[in-house]
Structures are given as structure tokens and as C-alpha cells.
Write a protein that binds this ligand. Structure first.
Ligand SMILES: Cc1cc2nc3c(=O)[nH]c(=O)nc-3n(C[C@H](O)[C@H](O)[C@H](O)COP(=O)(O)O)c2cc1C
Ligand code: SF4
Ligand code: SF4
Length: 252
């Protein structure tokens, strides 16, 4: 077994690591951008695959990765895990359908509510105490799910036809454009001091530092990792001002 995840602010990393740890103490989890990820997928038959829901879809980097590596998935047994801030009609189903198309066996789907990661929006922002409670509830759900899985019962979050309709009509039809590709909308303000942290963190290598200033390219997958970590709060994407830098470690 192997866990694979994309995680911007740490929520999905935590959830996938915890699921994998409870199911198989000898197994590990690694980020999608890890150079050895293909090698690990090839050598494992069961994959716990996680990502943050974005507008009831999987981040473009995740779908791009699945499509580009379509020959990898035949006969793999995959549990799709979608973390979310509030609502994810068929967040897990978005990759489950793709994996199935490429010959994978879908073991199940898991939706886990976690703190919201959109640092430059007031919407869905909660107090630290409330976010701690959300994480405690998420951990309980993961522990319950792991026990069920050990008995051969896999959760079906997001992979039923009803959840497909909920994701489609609840969000995707109206917001699909936002996740239709990579974006060049990342904004870096004059407050940037050129420290290079964002460039070193970006899973897409979408940022470089030139003349002591960070410069963004056009391949942002909207993970919010750089935005949540910039010491100058100089980076924004959907909004125009960093309201709160959200990170799993702040709440755990
Ligand atoms: C661009 C973007 C879009 C998002 N859209 C949704 C959404 O449609 N529904 C939802 O419940 N959460 C949404 N979220 C919140 C994240 O899915 C959630 O906070 C997730 O746990 C973040 O995981 P991470 O820390 O592993 O990146 C969105 C976050 C981002 C950055
Ligand atoms: S992390 Fe912030 S301050 Fe550092 S280079 Fe990136 S944008 Fe500039
Ligand atoms: S530029 Fe920032 S938000 Fe975009 S993919 Fe890279 S780290 Fe994530």
C-alpha cells in the first residue's frame, strides 16, 4: 500500500498519512510532486489517493497527473480521498471516474471536512478552536473508516450517482472554468522581499525569483501552499488580501 497526495495547507497530507498509518503501519505516504512517485505507484497494488476539493472538482494538477500517467492505473486498487472546507458533492468521484476509465478498481471514496484553505477570502473562516474541533472530528471519522475497511467495508462518499449530480449541479456547472486548467492569476505584491520560500515550496515549480522578486508563471494549480507560507503575506490568488494564513499545523 502507498499513500499519494496533493496538499496545499497540510490537511490532505495529514488525512492520507493517518489513513495509511492505520491501515498498514509499514506503508508510507508521499506527495504527488515527489520525484519517486511513479516508481512507488508501479510497485504498489493499493493506493490511497488524496487531494483538496476545489469547486467540487479535483485540482487540475491531480487530473493532469492521472491523465498523463494513464497506463499506470490498470488493475490498481484505489481509495479516493477528498478533503474539503464545506461541501464536496462528488469530490472523490471526480478522480474515481478518471481512474476507472484507465482500468483501476475503485475501492471507495472518502470525504473529510477540514479547515478551509483559501487564505485570501473571509468566507468560511473559523476560529482556531473551531478548526481544532473540525480536525478532531475528521480524525474520528478516519479512525472509524479505517476500522470499517479492516472489515472489508469501504466508504462510498462521492462515488454514487446521487453525489455526482450534487457536485455537478451544486458547483461544477457554475464554477467549472476555475478548474479547467492551470491558472496565471497568482498575484505577488511589492511587499515581496525575494526570500524564495514560495519558489521552493510550489509543487508545480510555478514561481521563480528574479532580481530579488518572486515571479509567477502560468502553471498554478491553486493549492495555496505559497500563499499560506509567504512571510510577507505578499501572495494572493482568488482574493486581493491575505485574510489568514491557513495551515494544518496551526490547528493541530
Ligand atoms: C481554490 C480552492 C477551491 C476550493 N473549493 C472548495 C469547494 O468547492 N468545497 C469545499 O468544501 N472546499 C473547497 N476548498 C477548501 C479545501 O478543499 C480544503 O480546505 C482542503 O482541506 C485543503 O486541503 P490541503 O490543505 O491539503 O490543501 C477550496 C480550496 C481552494 C484552495
Ligand atoms: S515567499 Fe513571499 S517574500 Fe518570499 S519570495 Fe515568495 S512572495 Fe517574496
Ligand atoms: S503558485 Fe502557489 S498556489 Fe500556485 S501551485 Fe504553486 S504553491 Fe500552489
Amino acid at each position: 500500500m502507498i499513500g499519494i497526495y496533493l496538499s496545499g495547507t497540510g490537511n490532505t497530507k495529514h488525512c492520507v498519512e493517518k489513513i495509511v498509518g492505520l491501515l498498514d503501519k509499514t506503508a508510507s505516504a508521499l506527495p504527488l510532486e515527489d520525484p519517486s512517485v511513479i516508481k512507488h505507484i508501479k510497485s504498489n497494488s493499493t493506493i490511497i489517493f488524496g487531494y483538496p476539493t476545489q469547486f467540487s472538482n479535483a485540482p487540475y494538477m491531480v487530473r493532469d497527473f492521472i491523465n498523463k500517467n494513464r497506463l499506470l492505473w490498470k488493475n490498481k486498487k484505489i481509495l479516493c480521498v477528498a478533503t474539503m472546507g464545506a461541501f464536496s458533492g462528488d469530490g472523490a468521484g471526480c478522480t474515481a471516474r478518471l481512474f476507472k476509465k484507465y482500468g483501476a478498481v475503485i475501492l471507495g471514496g472518502v470525504h473529510i471536512k477540514m479547515p478551509d484553505s483559501v487564505c485570501d477570502s473571509k468566507l468560511l473562516k473559523k476560529s482556531i478552536e473551531k478548526n481544532r474541533k473540525i480536525i478532531r472530528q475528521a480524525d474520528k471519522k478516519i479512525e472509524f473508516i479505517a476500522e470499517q475497511i479492516k472489515q472489508g467495508k469501504y466508504p462510498k462518499d462521492g462515488i454514487t450517482p446521487i453525489s455526482h449530480m450534487a457536485g455537478l449541479f451544486g458547483q461544477r456547472l457554475w464554477f467549472y472554468k476555475k478548474t479547467a486548467g492551470y491558472t496565471d492569476n497568482l498575484k505577488i505584491s511589492a511587499d515581496c522581499v525575494g526570500c524564495g520560500l514560495c519558489a521552493s515550496l510550489c509543487p508545480m515549480k510555478n514561481i521563480s525569483v528574479k532580481n530579488n522578486r518572486a515571479v509567477a508563471g502560468g502553471k498554478c494549480t491553486m493549492c495555496y501552499r505559497c500563499i499560506s507560507r509567504c512571510p510577507q503575506k505578499a501572495i494572493t490568488l482568488l482574493g486581493d488580501e491575505v485574510v489568514e494564513q491557513c495551515r494544518y499545523e496551526k490547528y493541530c
